[in-house]
Write a new protein. Sequence first.
Length: 500
Amino acid sequence: MFPTKAIAAAAAVLAGFLIAAPASAGAGPDRFYDQRLSWKSCDDPRLDPLGAQCADVTVPLDYAAPQGKTLTVVISRIPASDPAQRRGVMLSNPGGPGGAGLDTMVDVREAMTEDVRARYDLIGMDPRGVGRSSPVNCGWPRGFGLQSAGLDAASYAESVAQQAELAARCVATEGERLRHITTRNTARDMDVVRAVLGEDRISYFGTSYGTYLGAVYTQMFPERADRIVLDSAVDPQRYGSGMIQDMGPANEAAFDLWADWAAVHDSEYRFGADRAAVRATVLDLVRRANERPVRLGEFELDDHSIPMVLFIGLDDPRQYEQVANQLRRLLDAAAGALVEPTRELAAVLAFMLAARPSDDSAQMAIMCGDVEAPRDPGWYWRNIEASRASEPLFGAFADNITPCAFWPSPIESPTSIGNSVPSLIVQSTGDTRTTYGGALAMHRALTGSRMVTLRDVPIHSIFGRYPNACVYAAVNGYFRDGTLPASDLTCQDDPGWALR
């Protein structure tokens, strides 16, 4: 456990944060916008073969005090394939929040047609606090700040204590710097990157949380936005606790689709012959893990962690077999067998339960620094209990308390999204992370946007991840010509991609 003395010291720092005056927004001075970049090898096996180079960009820690401390933001650049057709630069973000983005455009580039690759220098970026960019590392004993609350009040009490400890660790290790790892500051950093690259405007591709970052950028710097694509979009009004709550019903629906598939393959996996039987098998596993943690290799899984294994696997229908193999091992281990996890599951558990190779505290730093979360543990418990009937597997995760409940208050108010900057929103109806309803809300907030909907596929993040001719044609056409579809489009799944 985290030392009591350190928690007390962190609480004292936290108290100071809560009463500190908020900083005002402001642009950095010319010294940041006029800096010269020194390009060098990225020393990255995915980027280097594409001729990419990387550079360090210096940005102020606090844009309201630009003469103070600075951070380093690292960017990568894959050059346009045809300088004669070059239009400009395309920045990017892979989501998270807290996703490292230096190599994001490697996969996105694969989905681009050659005439789109010819037009843009593709810019990857580790946002402030992430990856190579002055990273946040709170030294957490587990990988990330989301978990299921479990099945009963005792499990929830464990979760409250664990989440409070995670927040205390971050305050103790990161101090005042923690307050400035925010989306609004990352948007300001993006504008510094724009300037030092010598561009008047930027195009942008963002997925998942990256859609929120993109919308914040267009809100703060509308005159600097060129061609904007937001793939798997966040509801800007529910970003934070509400966004996580919305994952509950979406994941229950995705589980039902997987359960139907598993029932067809009952002779192989033995979960049950229909959806109800498969669901009963999994719920019973969670119940048994609450009573006695399941030993799988070096790891022990309880009612906090088993739902998260399913959550991680259900964002792509091509992973159905992988999820089934993982669950089969968990069931065998719960029955007393000595079982080793699959390679994929071992990696998931090492990160989730032991923070190997490192924790993802940057995710909470950004989200908690952006939006204040409810502080009362009772509020979360009431929501958890209310969700159990309709969301028996994922309600206790989606409604659970997070470290944000114990975090320093945000230094700025959340960004209110509402502008007419042209953009293209891409969304699947079955998304388990950023829900279809959230994307519709983003579409309404961005009045100049068009939306491309991929129907009946439970996939999160499409362009560059889940090939679909209709979606890819719309995105490539917009990046190539700058012309949005005349009206919203609906696409169907290509034959053969999702397992049936």
